[in-house]
Design a protein around this ligand. Sequence first.
Ligand code: MV4
Length: 511
Amino acid sequence: MTRTVVNNPFQKVLVANRGEIAARVIRGLRDAGIRSAVIYSEVDRRGLPVLLADEAYCIGPAPSTESYLRAEAIVELAQEIGADAIHPGYGFLAENAGFADLCARAGVKFIGPSATAIATMGSKIESRRLMQQADVPVVPGGTEALETLEEAIAFAEEIGYPVMLKATAGGGGKGMRLVHRSDEIASAYRAARSEAGASFGNDSVYLEKYIVEPRHVEIQILGDEHGKVVALGERECSLQRRHQKVVEEAPSPVVSRELRRRMCATAVRAAEAVGYTNAGTVEFLLDRTGEFYFLEMNTRLQVEHPVTEMVTGLDLVRAQLEIAQGGRLGSEFDDVQPDGHAIEVRLYAEDPYHGFAPSPGTIRRLRWPEGPGIRNDAGVYEGAEVPIYYDPLLAKLIVWGRDREQAMERLSRALSEVRIEGIRTTVPLFKALLEDEDFRQGRLDIGMLDRKMGEGELAADQKIEFPELAIIAAALEHLRSQVRSSTAPVREGGKRERWRQAARREMLRGN
Ligand code: MV4
C-alpha cells in the first residue's frame, strides 16, 4: 500500500466493538503504530479488548442498546478523547448508514464505506436494480415489490416453481419463504409479508426463482478513495446453520481459476457501481451448473476475513486503515491469487447437540492449540466470563496448509489440542465434521449442515476422556433398560448402543 497523499495520518482510533474482532482491530492498530481506544459495557470490563487497548471507556450497561449501539454517545466519546477515526468491526453499528453519517458530520472518520453505499446495499430491491444496470447477474426474478397475491401467483407461474418470496427491505433470511407449488403460495405470501412487516417495518415482498442446493461463495473486495477497486478472491461459506456461518475456507474447493477470474471481475463491477470504498464482500449463490448470482453485499469487514488473509498474505485491517487515511491501493493488490488453503472454524459458546443452545459461564480452563499453520483469533482467556448478552463467538481457529488436505490435517491436530472447560462449545461438531466424507471431499451446499445434523450424522464420537463416568453411565442405563423391559419391549437398533449414547451425554455435560 502506498500512502501518497496522507494529510492527516491517524494518531488514535476508537474501536466500537467487543470480543475477538475488537482484539483483532486493536492488534492491527498496534502494528500500524496508531494508538487504540476501545469502548466496553459493564459486563465486559474485564474483557480481552480492555486489556489489549491503550485506552478503554465504559459506554453503558450490558444490553447492547444501552452500550455498543449508542451511536451518538460513541461519536461524542471519539471527539472527547481526540480519536481521528472509529472502527466499527462487524455487527452492532458496522452497517448502520445513520452511524456512518453521524461520524462524517462530527468530523470523525468512519473506517468503512460511505453512508450511501451502506444504505443502497442494505436494500435488497435497490441493490438488485443497481446490479442489473451494472451487468452483474442477479437471481432471475422481480425488481418491483408485489402489490397483490394475484400478481404473485401470475409471476410465479411465469418464472416457474420453486420460487422464493423475499422481503424487499430484508437480508439474512427474515421474511423469506420457499414455495414449491402453486397451492402453497397464498399462505407463504401472507406469512412473508407479515414477517417482513414485523422485522423491517416494511411488509413489501418480491419473488425470485429458487436456486436448488447452491453454494455460498463470496468475494472479498477493497476500494480506495481514488476510484481503484480490487478483488482478493473467494471464500467458500456454504457450511452454515440458520444463516450463521460455521466453517469458511479459501479458496473454494469448486472454484477454478477461470471461474475465480469471472467472479472477481463481477464483484469489482458491483463495488464500482455503488462507488464502494474500504473493505467489503460480494455474496454469490453458485449453482450446480457453475452459474453464479449476486445475493447481497456486506459493507463491512467480515468475521471470516482471516482465511483470505492467510492465503493472500495481506492484512485486511491494515488495508482498511491505510484506505481510510487516503492511501492508494498499490500493485500488491493486483491479480491476487490464493497461495495454499485456509480453513476457519468458529468456536461458539453453544451446545451443538442441544439445538445450539447458548452456554454462557466462566471459562475455568483453557488451552489453545499451537504449531505450524495455526492462527487463533480469540476474544477470551482462561478465567474469562462469557456473558449471555452478545453473540457467543469465543474464538476463530484458522489453519493454513499448502493444500486442503494438509489444512484438514492441521485443523484436526489443532482441535485435538483445544481444551475448554466450564462451558459447552462447538469443538466436538468440528471433530465430527472432519470425519465426514462429504466435507472431506469438499461436497458442500448451504443445506448440508442442517441435513446432517437432522439425521444425526455429525454426532460427537470422541474418545472417552472420563472412563469412570462412562462406566457409571453405562451401569445406570443398563438398570433403566431393565426396568423398562418388564413393561414394554426394549427398542433395539439405532446407530449406536445405548450405553455409549449415555456415556457420551455424560461426557458432554462435563466438557
Ligand atoms: C436464496 C436461496 C435460494 N434461491 N435465493 C438466505 C439468506 C438471504 N441472504 C438469501 N438466502 C437465500 N436466498 C434464491 N433465489 C437460498 C438462500 C439461502 C442461503 C443463502 C446463503 C447462505 C446460506 C443460505 C441458507 C439458506 C438459504
